[in-house]
Design a binder for this molecule. Structure first.
Ligand SMILES: [Zn+2]
Length: 358
């Protein structure tokens, strides 16, 4: 018994000794991890990294990779680009669990498109966070992570298309030419928007010509027009009072259009150069509206799924559901290969440039 008490006292003594070490922990952590260098002005980074009207807050290149990871807690001009999508993921998951509790969910053929929509949303958010957090390491890293960001966008577009087609489309629209060609068309335009963005980024240098925006925006816009067509058809043909999900669909379209506006034009920083470097530039606002669009989509699709889940397999057939869902990883793979191929081309260009600079 006394031995047991002595044992406990010595353990307690040991724990108190450990507690005494706690105030020294902050000193121990910086010694084991590198700390990110202070941010610099636009003129101190290569033109590839300079954003229009953003004059300061750039992270210096060629730091240890861990500095860019730790820059999550540093104030720089990409901080809010990272945090807006980093926080959108948990919000999406919380809304997912709330809807699972309220409306019910079973993992089977009828819920596969809904699951893939969630996977695609989390994928684009994760790849966007990675791109904005790590791209400042080098020119090579900048291209690689932004090409992967474009893969995320294409995958998300296709995830939305699956959700819109299986849960939100009307029979009349599915029997139209657009409806019949919808899924292969959505996969093709998803891939094309990834390929167009990769090509434009690898081909054009700052100051960017109009052709770059055309290469990026035309395939992305065509993909969006097709992906949203079943929703637009339903918004104009079904009474909104009958189906509450239509309010969320209207909100997802409004949020997306606002996000597209802030993606396409450098506002408000164009009118206040240097004042929006850390907070309030257009890309951050684009991220916020895109995240809102995704949350509204989730709400709408969950309601549509809950209303139609008993008839989905009967209407579409289990085989079509599985085929559509097999095409999802296939598109992911095609887009990743396209990004890697473009990256190998860019790597050769960068190596040639380094050779000339020496
Ligand atoms: Zn972004």
């Amino acid at each position: 018994m006394s031995g047991d008490i002595l044992q406990r006292l010595s353990t307690l003594n040991l724990n108190i000794k450990h507690l005494n070490l706690l105030p020294h922990l902050p000193r121990l952590i910086p010694s084991s991890l590198p700390s990110p260098s202070p941010t610099v002005a636009a003129s101190q980074v290569p033109t590839l990294f300079q954003e229009p009207y953003i004059l300061s807050g750039y992270r210096p290149l060629k730091q240890d990779w861990r500095c860019y990871l730790l820059s999550l807690f540093q104030k720089h001009n990409e901080s809010l680009n990272v945090w807006t999508h980093l926080l959108a993921g948990p919000v999406l998951l919380l809304r997912w669990w709330a809807n699972v509790g309220a409306l019910g969910y079973t993992l089977d053929a009828s819920s596969l498109p809904l699951t893939l929509f969630l996977v695609s949303s989390l994928t684009y958010q994760f790849l966007s966070v990675t791109a904005h957090l790590l791209q400042s390491h080098s020119e090579h890293a900048h291209y690689f992570f932004f090409f992967m960001d474009y893969v995320g966008v294409a995958v998300y577009q296709y995830g939305c298309s699956l959700g819109h087609y299986f849960y939100a489309s009307e029979l009349g629209w599915r029997e139209s030419y657009v409806g019949l060609m919808f899924l292969p068309g959505a996969a093709f335009f998803g891939w094309l928007s990834c390929a167009g963005c990769c090509f434009a980024k690898s081909r054009y240098r700052r100051p960017y010509p109009l052709q770059r925006k055309i290469c990026q925006l035309i395939p992305t816009t065509l993909a969006y027009i097709l992906d949203i067509s079943p929703i637009v058809h339903r918004l104009f043909t079904i009474s909104w009072t009958q189906e509450p999900s239509l309010h969320f669909h209207a909100l997802q379209i409004a949020s997306f259009l606002l996000s597209a506006l802030f993606f396409s034009f450098p506002i408000p920083e164009r009118f206040f150069p240097g004042l929006c470097d850390f907070v309030g530039h257009g890309h951050q606002i684009f991220h916020v509206f895109l995240s809102m669009c995704t949350v509204f989509q989730l709400e709408a699709l969950f309601q549509d799924y809950a209303r139609r889940r008993d008839t989905i397999v009967e209407v579409f057939g289990e085989r079509q559901l599985w085929w559509a869902c097999v095409s999802f990883p296939a598109l992911f793979l095609c887009c990743t290969l396209t990004a890697l191929l473009t990256m190998s081309h860019v790597s050769k260009q960068l190596q040639g440039k380094q050779g000339r600079d020496k």
